[in-house]
Design a protein around this ligand. Structure first.
Ligand code: ZN
Length: 218
């Protein structure tokens, strides 16, 4: 270990991550775009983890390895970085996806269950996320598509978050044994005189239980 890890000026433990930033988010990266880890001083970092400590006034920016050690969390920082890496890779392919063009010259795309589009008005290009319209106007269709990507990504993340915030519950349910259709995966069919249903026990989030039920009712 080196840099500020060798000094006692900064606490080594008890830090909390308050955000992660991708310095290469806007596209191609130059050597000068990378940051230096403020803790070990020698990490060339693209993903900047901003860390706060109750006894240190200013937050500091560090790399993934130092963030893990400082927060004693060896899962969270890696996961947060993976989400940003996933975002960067999707963003790099965004403009070359198969956008459908309408007769009016508008472009649209169905992705992740959402209907997205960009269209031209007198003010310039704007985007539409399902039935929500952008408030800003953009000079080119590509600019509008990239702004749309950010809005769409934010929407997905908030859905993921509300899903993750749901408590996990244990539940037990009785599932009837049916004669499976040929080739289909199904529980064993009932034996004559044997049980006609099985009890399953699982831990799941309420929406998953609901979805499983709806699926069976169809
Ligand atoms: Zn470091």
């Amino acid at each position: 270990m080196s840099g500020r890890w060798d000094t006692k000026k900064l606490p080594h433990k008890g830090w909390e991550c308050v955000g992660v930033t991708d310095l290469g988010d806007s596209g191609q990266m130059d050597e000068s775009d990378y940051a230096t880890c403020e803790m070990c001083q020698n990490e060339r970092i693209r993903y900047v983890h901003t860390m706060k400590h109750p006894k240190v006034e200013e937050p500091i920016d560090v790399g993934c390895i130092c963030a893990s050690k400082m927060s004693s969390d060896y899962v969270g920082p890696k996961n947060r970085e993976r989400v940003l890496r996933n975002k960067a890779s999707r963003k790099s392919r965004w403009l070359t996806r198969k956008w459908r063009k309408s007769a009016k010259g508008n472009h649209c795309l169905n992705v992740d269950g959402a209907n997205l589009g960009v269209d031209r008005s007198r003010r310039g290009w704007g985007y539409r996320l399902d039935d929500r319209f952008s408030t800003s106007a953009y000079a080119t269709s590509d600019e509008a598509k990239l702004a749309l990507f950010e809005a769409h990504w934010a929407q997905i993340q908030s859905e993921v978050k509300s899903w993750n915030d749901q408590p996990i519950r244990a539940y037990t349910e009785s599932v009837p044994l049916l004669n499976p259709s040929p080739g289909a995966f199904a529980p064993p069919s009932p034996q004559r005189g044997g049980p006609t249903s099985i009890s399953i026990c699982a831990a799941a989030r309420p929406t998953l239980i609901f979805a499983a039920r709806a699926e069976r009712l169809r």
